[in-house]
Design a protein around this ligand. Structure first.
Ligand SMILES: NCc1[nH]cc(CCC(=O)O)c1CC(=O)O
Ligand SMILES: [Zn+2]
Ligand SMILES: [Zn+2]
Length: 383
């Protein structure tokens, strides 16, 4: 390789690493060219020295993988469209289509707005959605979360509509009561404000069965009440529909500050207290491992970890404990909003970070990613 072609090679390889530099030919800065040339000269002399002096090849680690394709082969698994599940907020106002202020580019939509929104995404390769119902009508919420399985409610009607219009779309439905209870907690309360486990699990398994009967391919209880995986599995067996339904457990769901935009979107913030008695403490790796093992033993078909990027060790534990189960990770509303905010502040490029964060999640062991970036990924993965 001639010296000038080496200079050319190094300058071109380095150029795209700098944000805002379109290509080397647009750079006017002479100083930058000179520094590339002097670096190239020092690379050239180092290379010559190491070959002639030692011939030691054991320290040459990155050198052989400079090509983008060779770099991509370093990953055990790479993001594909079929790994993505896109969260949708479905309002009981059928014609509503409202931007959620704290969740960039995400809307709350009524049933009548779903098809036109989803049609182009399905054509781009969208394979799966997860539905969250959002009752907006005053007077809909009560202590038992009665509206959760209302046959005329937005979730059940959406399941039926989507099954009919998009036969290849895999429909996951989040199962919880917090969107539907007057107190905003994920179950039924005792007089002292704590969750009544038996009543909550009974009610939640009824709701899961109602969604499954309506045609959901997958039910995903996010309430975190102890024993709900077993209760749902048993009820699905009893009803004779267990062979039609995947049970995805939010097995390791941590309480923390990353669900804020979701609670805005779904109107599901608790009216008093917090969820610390039923969601995991952020430091609780052992408790998460026990919850994962428990839910596998209770009949979960897929294990989910949530949030994702702050809990990569837990994703890795889930992969380890559930070797033969698919592991899902939910990159939650707060993670998504944070990436958007940082990109807006110029910290990094949005697309680059969307990929980098997802790559971390896959590297940790997930094979399913629930992500608000799904529409963008469908474009980016087509480029
Ligand atoms: N139990 C409902 C539920 N299901 C998924 C999320 C969070 C999803 C997100 O933040 O994107 C929540 C919120 C919560 O537990 O408070
Ligand atoms: Zn179509
Ligand atoms: Zn809930």
């Amino acid at each position: 390789m001639s010296f000038s072609s080496l200079v050319q090679d190094i300058t071109i390889r380095d150029a795209p690493r700098r944000r805002g530099e379109a290509s080397i030919s647009t750079i006017d800065d002479r100083a930058s060219r000179t520094s590339h040339i002097s670096r190239a000269m020092s690379y050239a002399s180092t290379a010559a020295t190491s070959v002639s002096v030692s011939g030691d090849i054991s320290s040459q680690l990155h050198a052989g993988y400079c090509h983008p394709l060779a770099r991509s082969w370093q990953a055990e698994r790479q993001l594909t469209k079929s790994m993505l599940i896109y969260p949708l907020f479905i309002s009981d106002q059928d014609d509503e289509e409202v931007l959620i202020p704290s969740l960039p580019n995400q809307y709350r939509r009524g049933v009548n707005k779903l098809i036109t929104f989803l049609e182009p995404l399905v054509h781009k390769g969208l394979r799966s959605v997860v539905l969250f119902g959002v009752p907006m009508r005053p007077g809909t919420k009560d202590a038992l979360g009665t509206a959760a399985d209302d046959p005329e409610g937005p979730v059940i009607r959406s399941i039926q509509l989507l099954r009919q219009r998009f036969p290849h779309l895999y429909i996951v439905v989040d199962v919880c009561l917090c969107e539907y209870t007057s107190h905003g907690h994920c179950g039924i309360l005792r007089d002292d404000g704590s969750l009544n486990n038996q009543l909550s699990v009974d009610r939640i398994s009824d709701v899961a069965v109602a969604y499954a009967r309506a045609g959901a391919h997958c039910v995903a209880p996010s309430d975190m009440n102890d024993g709900r995986i077993r209760a749902i599995k048993l009820k699905l067996i009893e009803e004779g529909i267990v062979h039609n339904v995947t049970l995805m457990s939010y097995a390791a769901k941590f309480s923390g500050c990353l669900y804020g935009p979701f609670r805005d979107a779904a109107g599901s913030a608790p009216s008093f207290g917090d969820r610390k008695c039923y969601q995991l403490p952020p430091g609780g790796r052992g408790l998460a491992r026990r919850a994962i093992v428990r839910d596998i033993n209770e009949g979960a078909d897929i294990i989910m970890v949530k949030p994702a990027s702050q809990y990569l060790d837990i994703i890795s534990d889930a992969k380890d404990l559930g070797k033969d189960l698919p592991v899902a990770a939910y990159q939650v509303s707060g993670e998504f909003a944070m990436i958007h905010a940082a990109a807006k502040a110029g910290v990094f490029d949005l697309k680059a970070m969307a990929f980098e964060s997802t790559e971390g999640i896959l590297r940790a062991g997930a094979t399913i990613v629930i992500s608000y970036f799904t529409p963008e990924f469908l474009d980016w993965l087509s480029d």
